[in-house]
Design a protein around this ligand. Structure first.
Ligand SMILES: [Zn+2]
Ligand SMILES: [Zn+2]
Length: 327
């Protein structure tokens, strides 16, 4: 065991404060990382405040982790001390179910182990995330990261990046398609850039007029102010695909009306309970409403390599990233 400095929430009403956690010594397949940067995800906040009613305290958030390998277990083959590596939202899963075998560890039928607020499969307790000096995980859940990339900009790819990349890829977003990105925050800004890079015509949907300039700067072809009736009407039955990144309360029915025939809206934000969905809004136009949770390890690796090189160019404007030298 080793003591690691961290920032933890001790309850839903106390702010994050310094706390010392005990990390296990590396097991034969473990990779230990000294954390250099950790992105700040909206989920961190939701968990700290117990918004989803499932927080186990003390909570050490953080699942966009980039750092340097400081130790490896005897059986580790893929990593060496001194290399740059990352850990995203997952640190373990059963690795034997159909989902795991397909690289969809996030949907592990035995329950994936999340990087924080997860339960270790060996029964040793709660997992603690990246708002800390170090972390360790089985090598299968550690990602290679090139030391040539600006690491603070890579960190957000490990949750925000993969969360938007995975559904865009799964629903085959590309050239000739009209895509709406709902909400311009940590997820939305990635969604815009990725969808543009995939060749789609991209519209930013926002209720805040102040986001228009940023949407354009990120590459969006259009901006629709959803509170403006005429603008909202102009995209009735318009989109092939909507990526809904909003985690504040909103009415899905309103946005389903913007989908064209066979269109799909995918939720990646987690808002509080929404008004009921009228079945007619799906039936007329054979529309789909779907959800998507982060991404598996193979896809996350792809996200880092493709997304980074092609699209992101060090843009972290919509993400705060903690430099762990400050901890
Ligand atoms: Zn996240
Ligand atoms: Zn599994």
């Amino acid at each position: 065991m080793s003591s690691t400095r961290s920032y933890a929430a001790q309850s839903a009403t106390t702010p994050l404060a310094p706390w010392t956690i005990k990390r296990r010594s590396p097991k034969p397949h473990d990779v230990e990382i000294e954390i250099l940067y950790c992105g700040v995800c909206h989920s961190d906040l939701h968990f700290a405040r117990n918004d989803w009613g499932m927080t186990v305290y003390p909570l050490v958030p953080g699942h966009e982790i980039v750092g340097r390998v400081t130790a490896v277990g005897d059986h580790v083959k893929k990593f060496k001390v001194g290399e740059i590596a990352g850990i995203g939202c997952l640190v373990d899963s059963c690795r034997e179910c159909d989902n795991c075998k397909e690289g969809l560890e996030q949907y592990c039928s035995e329950g994936a182990v999340f990087s924080y607020n997860g339960q270790e499969r060996d029964g040793s307790g709660n997992t603690y995330g990246g708002y800390s000096k170090s972390i360790l995980a089985h090598e299968d859940f550690v990602l290679h990261i090139s030391d040539k990339l600006p690491l603070e900009a890579v960190a957000p790819l490990l949750c925000a990046g993969i969360t938007t990349y995975s559904p865009l890829r799964h629903w085959k977003v590309g050239k000739g398609q009209k895509v709406g990105i709902l909400g311009l925050g940590g997820l939305g800004h990635m969604g815009v850039k990725l969808a543009v890079a995939m060749g789609a015509e991209v519209t930013m949907l926002s209720h805040s007029a102040s986001k228009a300039a940023d949407a354009k700067r990120l590459g969006a072809h259009k901006f629709v102010l959803t509170t403006d009736e005429a603008q909202a009407k102009s995209v009735t039955n318009y989109f092939d695909f909507i990526l809904d990144t909003v985690s504040a309360a909103h009415d899905y029915n309103f946005y389903l009306g913007m989908l064209t025939t066979n269109g799909t809206m995918v939720c990646v934000g987690v808002p509080p309970p929404a008004p009921p969905i009228a079945a007619f809004n799906l039936i007329f136009g054979r529309k789909s409403l779907a959800g998507s949770l982060i991404g598996g390890l193979p896809e996350t690796m792809k996200d880092i390599n493709e997304a980074y090189e092609r699209m992101l160019k060090g843009d972290v404007r919509y993400r705060f990233v903690i430099d762990m030298a400050t901890l």
